[in-house]
Each structure stands twice: as C-alpha cells, then as structure tokens.
Write a protein that binds this ligand. Structure first.
Ligand SMILES: Cc1ncc(COP(=O)(O)O)c(C=O)c1O
Length: 371
C-alpha cells in the first residue's frame, strides 16, 4: 500500500494549455501572465492581481510595498507555515506572535489588542488549513487601530466567510500555488489588492525595479526577479477554470473522512465552521488532549511504515531554533499553539483520493490509537 499525502490534479486541459504556450514565442511576460492575473482578480473579486513565483515572494513584496521595515512590528500567528513569519523578518521587521483560537486554529482576535504597540504596522493573519473563521473580527480590530492587514491566504483559495472571499479581507493578500495547494502552477503565487499604487509597486519590485516607461534597462528602485512564466500562468488559468470542480472533489474527500472518523473520542475531527464556505486545503485531525508528542510521533512513524504518508502541520514557529536564538522565545510562550502542535496529524488529502483509500487510512489510524 502507498497512499500519498498530496497529489496535484492535472488533466489534458492543463497539458494542452502548457503545450500551447511552448509552441509559441511568449514564454515570459506574455499574454498568459495578463490573462491569469485578470482571471484571478475576477474570481476573488479584487481590482488588481500581480502574479509572482511563490507565495513567499508575494508576502515579502507586500511587506516592501506597504513600507514595512526595520523597527516595525507585524502581528502574526505562531501556528503557520514558516514563510509567514520569515517574510516579515526578510523585510527587516519583527514578527510579534499572538496565540491561536483552539477551534479555528487561527490567530485569536481576543488576544491581538494587548500586543499592539506604537511600532505595530500591520497584522498578518493566516487562514490556517483554508479556514477563514475570525477574519471579520481581525479586520475590525485592525481598522480600529489603523493597521494594515496583509492576509496570508496561501491555503485558502476558494474559501469564504459569510459570503466574503478569502483574499478580500486584507489591504493586500497572497495566494500560493505549490503542487499541494487547491490549484497549482508548479511553483507560484498571487498578490491581490484594490489599491493601484500598491499593485504597481509590486509589479515593479517583482521585475527588477523596472518602471512603467523606463524600458528593459531602466531601473527605478531595488528590485527582484520574482516573475511567473507564461508556462506556469497557462497551467494556472486551466486549473483556476476547474476551481468549482476541485472544491467539490475536496469537499467529498473531507466528508468521507468526517463520516469515518466521527464519534471517536480519541480524535478531534475538523468541521466546517458556521458561516464558512471551506475550500479544503488539508485534512488535519488532532489527537485528544491526553496524547503526548511522543505518542503522536510514534503514530506518524507507524503510518509511514505502512505506506501512508502523513504530516505534522505545524510545529510552533516561535520554537524554531533560529527564532529562539533571535528573539528568545521559549516553550510555554504560546500554550494553545504548543498544545495543538504536538497532537496534529495531517492525513492524505487530494482530489482523487478514493473512498477505499480513505477507509484504509482511517482503519490504520484507529488501530494505532490504542486506549
Ligand atoms: C500559510 C502559508 N504561507 C505561505 C506559504 C508560502 O508559499 P510558497 O511555498 O509558495 O512560497 C505557504 C505555502 O506553503 C503557506 O501554507
């Protein structure tokens, strides 16, 4: 038996779209870049979209475009993929962590205000595992304190809260297209905003600091090469055109897991929160509170030994050695994050996972839980 943790869903439509670009002359900065950006902005409902070569590049450019730099603080969550905090540090600013809310696993709105100081410039919340719960409250707090929101929507393409799409809460937002995401471009990311000046700045920064009229060798500012090729964009356009089908397939897979794992008090199984339209990114169960980190890791190892790929999303960001060395964080600083982190198991999750495969995963997991 071999069941993968994630798999992309590539059809003939994607293969044809990429092949068509390869048969033509425009491999970069061509029409597919514009088409992907326009289709993406329309789907999410923002004025502008700027494609980049990864979610990480996108978040970093948002920090720069918003003028965030040394001496600034940005509030974020320690329960996320490392890039959320890293991109704050890449801009020279300090990530200030706020613990999470245990049901949604998102930054706890009730704990944000006590961390706001005179040097706080922005909040970077993350729709963890695709869940937009609490984002209305986060934006309310940001508005009250005149803070920007840079929304890390890398895991939440297609999710919505009370009809409002993930990616429309922030002043700027970012999606990511690594192959485990809802849609993939191989590697890639997208910055979204309604602000033309911020979007234009990102267009310049992703392309060596070039200006609107300065030509290929006219550089107006320090810039980067964070461009996304037309080959990637063609793949993205074809994938985005299938987003409703992709969401439905993932919802089906999540539903099978929920059915098969329900009523087991050794597990906490994720559910779609009230008011949320979840676009499922991953399926992460939590062991009950009395399980230890060692027990969790043994279960992960046994599942891997039986050919079932599983993950430990996420270890606490504040306890990564370089964060401890730089900022002096220690165990106990963010107890909800730490308690959740040691009990998570990310199960295999992708569009074409079959009911039989899910049954095999669930039987294996339950057999390892003991008690
Ligand atoms: C929450 C979050 N932020 C940022 C990123 C970074 O995206 P990328 O891997 O495309 O750089 C990811 C992707 O893994 C993510 O899950």
């Amino acid at each position: 038996m071999r069941i993968y943790l994630s798999r992309p869903d590539i059809t003939e439509k994607e293969i044809e779209a990429v092949s068509a670009v390869l048969r033509g002359p425009d491999l970069a900065l061509g029409p597919k870049l514009v088409e992907f950006e326009e289709a993406f902005a329309e789907y999410i409902g923002t004025k502008r979209a700027v494609a980049v070569n990864s979610g990480t590049s996108g978040l970093f450019l948002c920090m720069l475009a918003m003028g965030i730099g040394p001496d600034d603080e940005v509030i974020t969550t320690p329960f996320t993929f490392i890039a959320t905090a890293n991109t704050i540090m890449m801009a020279g600013a300090r990530p200030v962590f706020v613990d999470i809310e245990p049901a949604s696993l998102n930054i706890d709105p009730a704990k944000i205000e006590s961390k706001i100081t005179e040097t706080t410039k922005a909040i970077t919340p993350v729709e963890v595992f695709g869940n937009p719960a609490g984002f209305d409250k986060i934006c309310e707090i940001a508005g009250k304190h005149n803070l920007a929101v840079i929304e890390d929507s890398c895991e939440a393409l297609g999710s919505a809260l009370n009809g409002k799409m993930a990616g429309t809460f922030g002043t700027m937002s970012v999606f990511a297209f690594y192959p485990n995401k809802q849609i993939t471009t191989g590697e890639g990311g997208m910055i979204l905003t309604d602000d033309d000046d911020l979007a234009d700045m990102c267009v310049s920064l992703r392309n060596q600091g070039r200006g609107a009229g300065g030509g290929w060798l006219g550089h107006e500012r320090l810039g980067y090469n964070f461009r996304l090729s037309d080959i990637n964009c063609a793949l993205g356009i074809a994938q985005l055109s299938r987003i409703d089908e992709i969401k439905a397939k993932r919802r089906q897979v999540a539903g099978w897991y929920q059915d098969m794992l329900a009523d087991d008090d050794r597990l906490i199984v994720p559910a779609e929160p009230d008011g949320c339209d979840m676009s499922w990114f991953v399926f992460v169960v939590r062991l009950a509170e009395d399980f230890t980190l060692e027990q969790r890791d043994r279960i992960l190892q046994h599942m891997k030994n039986q050919g079932i790929q599983v993950g430990n999303y996420f270890p606490p960001v504040h306890l990564m050695p370089f964060m401890v060395a730089r900022f002096g964080y220690k165990p106990g600083d963010f107890p909800v994050t730490e308690s959740v982190s040691r009990r998570t198991i990310a199960l295999p999750f992708y569009n074409d996972l079959t009911k039989d495969q899910i049954a095999a995963v669930c039987t294996t997991l339950k057999g390892l839980l003991g008690k």
